[in-house]
Design a protein around this ligand. Structure first.
Ligand code: DGT
Ligand code: CA
Ligand code: CA
Length: 364
């Protein structure tokens, strides 16, 4: 394959930065964006925090009560509830700017994307660097947001590079520099290598990517299986052929069907609904996503609409959970259903990516 030039763009402390853009006075304060659980009080977790709060040890995933304790001395610390709708709005605008600047655009999640720019910079890393700077400027001017960009010949290295000088970073790793860039890095910086895998290697006295190069492919295969073994073997050598694949942000996946006959027979509707769940689930799987909300939709015989949805406790990929929730919603909707139903639909939303959220050994 010819040399490619791939960008990975990741927004800095995304949810918290979105909050700063609409309330600039927050900028000087520690800001924590919280997912309050339904138990009330301070129960729940931190989704993210700005860099001021991070100095006090606040990070994604820790309980809100821990964060409050760590920020005790900062009387000006701010704890805000998540506002996904607003972050999605900001995200959409940012994605537009990126899309305009890519040959191929791949949406990864609300705050990140891959861009293949090989053609438009004619395979030239200097031009690529200039283009990345322009993208950063445009996003700053229009949206008051900072992001970090990694530039390299493939997705793997660009992903590592975008994280290398956060926040507001720009890191270019041309083909000649791949080895010297990767070798000193901690094994953990390889996407997909989580705590568990890292621990395994540390027990073998392997700490950096350079150390990991000493392990031959047979040992890796034996330890992790062929697929993961090969991934790790190639990753430490900076090899990755994954193409940037055209993908747009999708807010939801849905399937709708016109029933063979208008009906309000529960069993008939239930069977059609389970069929739709399978179809929606296939799309979810194909796109490697998780969902946190399930909805059902009726078009009634007079063409009026009716819908219901339910937020799940945690993001999931489970078809059983999808079916169970759809069944629950159907029962609820049928309770005082007067009219017959003509079309039936199922959707999932509040999507997120599987990639990067789990240890590689648990999803290969
Ligand atoms: P960064 O990129 O290190 O400057 O900081 P973030 O906050 O942008 O981190 P990133 O890119 O890993 O995640 C993007 C957004 O996803 C983040 O703003 C909030 C959300 N997020 C990340 N980790 C968690 C988590 O553990 N729980 C929840 N609820 N949301 C999370
Ligand atoms: Ca980010
Ligand atoms: Ca991210």
């Amino acid at each position: 394959m010819e040399t490619r030039i791939v960008f990975h763009i990741d927004f800095d402390y995304f949810y918290a930065q979105c909050e700063e853009t609409r309330s600039p006075q927050l900028k000087s304060k520690p800001v924590c964006v919280c997912v309050f659980s339904d138990r009330g009080g301070d129960s729940g977790a931190i989704a993210t925090a700005n860099y001021t709060a991070r100095k006090y040890g606040v990070k994604s995933g820790i309980p809100i009560s821990f964060a409050k304790k760590r920020l005790e001395e900062r009387k000006d610390a701010v704890f805000l509830p998540v506002d996904f709708e607003f972050y999605s709005e900001v995200s959409e605008k940012a994605m537009e700017i990126m899309k305009e600047n890519a040959d191929i655009f791949e949406y990864v999640g609300r705050d990140e994307a891959y861009l293949d720019v090989t053609e438009r910079v004619e395979g030239n890393f200097e031009k690529a660097n200039h283009l990345a700077q322009q993208i950063k400027n445009a996003i700053r001017d229009k949206l008051k947001l900072s992001c970090s960009i990694g530039i390299s010949p493939n997705k793997l290295i660009s992903k590592i590079a975008s994280d290398f000088q956060k926040p507001d970073g720009l890191t270019t790793v041309s083909q000649e520099r791949v080895e010297e860039f990767l070798e000193p890095l901690k094994i953990r910086t390889i996407p997909g290598i989580g705590k568990k895998t890292e621990k395994k290697f540390l027990e073998m006295n392997l700490e950096t990517i350079q150390d990991l190069k000493k392990i031959d492919i047979f040992t890796l295969n034996k330890e992790f299986g062929r697929k993961t073994g090969a991934y790790i073997y190639n990753a430490v050598r900076g090899k990755d052929d994954e193409p940037v694949k055209e993908r747009e942000a999708s807010i939801q996946y849905s399937k709708i069907t016109t029933l063979k006959k208008d009906s309000k027979d529960y069993q008939f509707l239930f069977e059609n609904m389970m069929e739709l769940c399978t179809e929606v689930h296939d799309v979810v799987k194909k796109n490697n996503r998780m969902f946190k909300s399930v909805g059902i939709h009726f078009v009634q015989s007079d063409l009026s609409n009716k819908s219901k949805s339910k937020m799940l406790r945690n993001p999931t990929t489970s078809i059983e959970e999808l079916q169970k929730t759809a069944e629950f919603l159907l029962k609820e909707a049928m309770e005082n259903q007067k009219m017959t139903i003509r079309r039936l639909g199922v959707k999932v939303s509040e999507l997120s990516d599987i990639e990067g959220q789990r240890d590689i050994t648990s999803y290969f």
